[in-house]
Design a protein around this ligand. Structure first.
Ligand code: DGJ
Length: 388
């Protein structure tokens, strides 16, 4: 009898110790998963496994209490800017701590696929379509071994935010349609074959503004490189991309299912050389931040505002202030993230590219301040959401 009660006590003791150990281990793990409490722009940002986040040129979707960060999965070395895996996704509830959800759109092994391994997939953006219940991923696609000549936009869909996304198609948009903001005269002008014009001569600039390159690409569709997608408060979505040899931005309406273009589009800031568009809306006004066009090197950002998505877009100049404002703090815009649960709280998301070893690229996230009706970016060594 005595022996039996002794062994019961021992078993209870062992189980209690195991319980305590389990509790300690899981709270340690919880601590590890939630260890970041602030943003440190430009430093290496580790995910919940302690690995540098690999989601470049990205965008964030908020869905059912979770933020989903989608981005370009980059590799090491020279070929690291080509897509060897696809589009990555990370999730977070607090914006500081991110769990790796893996590759949600995989490049294809089939060499004949438009998204075959080694193509270029850039600036992926995911939006949720309330009508169809589909997650729609748009991205800039360059076909393998064709440099940046294909200049296509591409679309993929999934039933869940963490994929797998199924590639649908890639194309050059707005084939055979003029922008809404072109006049009758501009549509009639025949400027596209003025090959003799010297680039940046006054006549060349006037010709581009009057649609020389739109005409050139009229039948095959307009070029589409750096891009973003914006869903408005009425659920209409817009695709915003650098077109016409990166000289001019195009803003196009997407169909109600977000899977195609409606043929309604405008050209913005012709010959302005804007890339990396990012957009947000506050108090009924649309604001856009873009970069100049200097490859992987940083340059001075630009900003615009408009009371309608269809313009006119008023230039507001460089939104950055302080040291390195002329280089956007050595970064390039990719997305503007509305913080949930806070009014008028927007985060400017940008990439600090590392073209020699693209996987090492870091992220510069900064709060957007509004001053005299303009978005303003100021460097912060370290900041958190209490800033809003
Ligand atoms: C700048 C663009 O913003 C990037 O997305 C990428 O296309 C590089 N140019 C390529 O040089």
């Amino acid at each position: 009898m005595k022996l039996k009660s002794k062994s019961t006590t021992l078993i209870v003791l062992i189980f209690s110790l195991l319980g305590v150990a389990f509790f300690l281990l899981s709270s340690l793990n919880y601590k590890n998963n939630n260890k970041h409490k602030s943003f440190v722009p430009g430093s290496k940002w580790t995910d919940t496994n302690g690995i540098h986040i690999n989601a470049h040129g990205g965008g964030v979707l908020y869905y059912n209490g979770v933020y989903y960060w989608y981005g370009e999965y980059k590799a090491s070395g020279r070929s690291g800017n080509t897509s060897l895996k696809g589009v990555s996704c990370y999730t977070s509830k607090d914006l500081y701590n991110w769990k790796n959800e893996g590759i949600v759109l995989k490049v294809d092994k089939d060499p004949n696929s438009e998204i075959t391994k080694g193509c270029v997939i850039e600036r992926p953006k995911v939006v949720y379509n309330k009508k169809t219940g589909k997650f729609v991923l748009w991205f800039h696609l360059e076909l393998k071994n064709q440099g940046y000549n294909a200049a296509r936009t591409a679309v993929a869909t999934s039933d869940t935010p963490t994929g797998p996304f199924e590639f649908k198609k890639s194309f050059r948009p707005n084939k055979g349609v003029w922008p809404l903001n072109f006049t009758y005269q501009q549509k009639k002008l025949r400027t596209w074959n003025k090959k003799e014009l010297k680039d940046w001569s006054a006549e060349w600039i006037a010709s581009v503004k009057n649609g020389m390159l739109i005409q050139r690409d009229f039948e095959k569709g307009q070029m589409s490189r750096d891009m973003t997608v914006f869903v408005d408060s009425d659920e209409k979505a817009y695709h915003i991309h650098a077109s016409e040899e990166n000289l001019t931005l195009h803003i196009s309406e997407l169909t109600d299912d977000y899977l195609d273009f409606t043929d309604k589009w405008i050209s913005v800031a012709p010959t302005g050389h804007n890339e990396a568009p990012a957009i947000f809306k506050q108090d009924g006004i649309y604001y856009m931040i873009t970069s100049g066009c200097t490859g992987w090197d940083p340059n001075e950002a630009r900003s615009f505002k408009s009371t309608s998505i269809w313009g006119p877009w008023q230039p507001l100049g460089n939104p950055s202030i302080g040291k390195e404002a002329h280089l956007t703090f050595r970064s390039q815009s990719t997305f503007i993230l509305p913080v949930q649960g806070k009014e008028d709280a927007f985060i400017f998301m940008a990439d600090r590219w590392q073209p020699r070893n693209p996987i090492d690229g870091t992220y510069v996230w900064l709060p957007i301040n509004m001053m005299n009706g303009k978005p303003v970016l100021k460097w912060q060594d370290k900041w958190d959401l209490n800033t809003f």
